[in-house]
Design a protein around this ligand. Structure first.
Ligand code: NDP
Ligand code: DGY
Length: 328
């Protein structure tokens, strides 16, 4: 006689928002174990936690490579990441093992685009420097050229990667009076018509744009894309913004470009590593604004991401269509 089938085991690599926990708790027949911390699970605990699981819900801070997949073992059927980016997953190896992957596109697009606009404006209009001057007594009087920066009205904006977030950034920037919107990528995008976007090669985008915004995914092809040669092609008055992934940027080259006046300023929501060490040279520059990877950080967005990640996981484990499954 056969016993009842064992409950499926799930490992959640972090304390996630309640919306996600609720989905998992209501699911019933799953044995859910959660790394109950706001900090990333240490590697050794991750390897222990995934042993024998059917599914895992992970974050972009967890490197899911062959070692983790081996530690999990043959039962692993679904990996659900609470992120749209999936560069932390060893996709080829995952594919080989027939594991399904869930992710969280769309639900964070608006929040990330909004943050990108905020970062662009804060960088171009020198908001952090200004606040610092007020606090430190550097504000002596209204002066004609003091604290001047660069405005969007009449400008040319170049977006690298006109995907979901790239488009949402374009839609938000256009009403600021942007004169020309250029974009580059692997192929022209029909949806660019909506924002009157012109598809150009990277070199043209760099030499003509007043604002260069990186919104593409991190792939072997885009890794290190923003290097010395890249910055050398930009205008000396141009502002660089990256809310994609830190590894797209060669940070030594960016430091050089910013400190030598090769480009005007940079706003980064993502860096390598994360967190950026507090003694990193980029943090010594007034014309560099660095945020702690908060593109999607609104309460409602993070709640929705957690809910979607949990729903993806359970759907995958029960053999159903996931609301957002990554096509492998
Ligand atoms: P999409 O897949 O919709 O967009 C990615 C875009 O990158 C696509 O248009 C893609 O083009 C383009 N791309 C790929 N390769 C290249 C290349 N070689 N040159 C130029 N463009 C390229 O993803 P999302 O817009 O939803 O997200 C984009 C990225 O933003 C995520 O991968 C993630 O890394 C980052 N992100 C960061 C956040 C933050 O908190 N700072 C929050 C959310 C996302 P194609 O369509 O041709 O493949
Ligand atoms: C993602 O989802 O890829 C972001 O970097 C965090 O929301």
């Amino acid at each position: 006689m056969q016993g009842a089938p064992r409950p499926m085991k799930v490992f959640v690599t972090r304390r996630i928002p309640q919306e996600g926990i609720r989905v998992l708790s209501n699911a019933g027949a799953f044995e859910v174990s959660v790394w109950e911390s706001d900090e990333p699970v240490p590697r050794a605990e991750l390897l222990k936690g995934v042993a024998g699981v059917d599914g895992m819900l992970c974050l972009l801070t967890d490197r899911i490579d062959t070692e983790v997949l081996n530690a999990a073992g043959a039962e692993l059927k679904v990996i659900s990441t609470m992120s749209v980016g999936f560069d932390h997953l060893a996709i080829e190896e995952i594919k080989k093992r027939g594991i399904r992957v869930g992710y969280t596109p769309d639900v964070l697009t608006d929040a990330t685009a909004e943050l990108t606009v905020a970062l662009l404006l804060a960088t171009a209009r020198r908001l952090l420097e200004g606040v610092q001057e007020v606090k430190s007594g550097g504000w002596s009087s209204w002066k004609p050229l003091w604290m001047c920066g660069y405005g969007l009205n009449g400008s040319t904006v170049g977006i690298i990667g006109l995907g979901r977030i790239g488009m949402a950034i374009a839609r938000r920037l256009k009403p600021f009076g942007v004169n020309k919107l250029l974009y580059t990528g692997r192929a022209p995008k029909p949806q660019a018509v909506e924002v009157e976007g012109e598809y150009v090669i990277l070199d043209k985008l760099l030499s003509e744009s007043d604002f260069v915004v990186v919104a593409c995914s991190l792939t072997p092809e885009t890794q290190g894309l923003c290097d010395k040669a890249f910055f050398a092609k930009m205008k000396r008055t141009a502002v660089f913004v990256n809310t994609s992934r830190g590894a797209l940027v060669n940070q030594e080259d960016l430091y050089e470009a910013l400190s030598s006046g090769q480009i005007a300023a940079a706003g980064l929501d993502v860096t390598t590593p994360e967190p950026l060490p507090t003694d990193h040279p980029l943090l010594t520059l007034k014309n560099c604004v660095v945020l702690p990877h908060i593109g999607s950080a609104t309460y409602s967005t993070r709640g929705t991401m957690a809910e979607l990640a949990a729903t993806n996981l359970l759907a995958g484990l029960t053999g159903k269509a996931m609301p957002s499954e990554l096509a492998l």
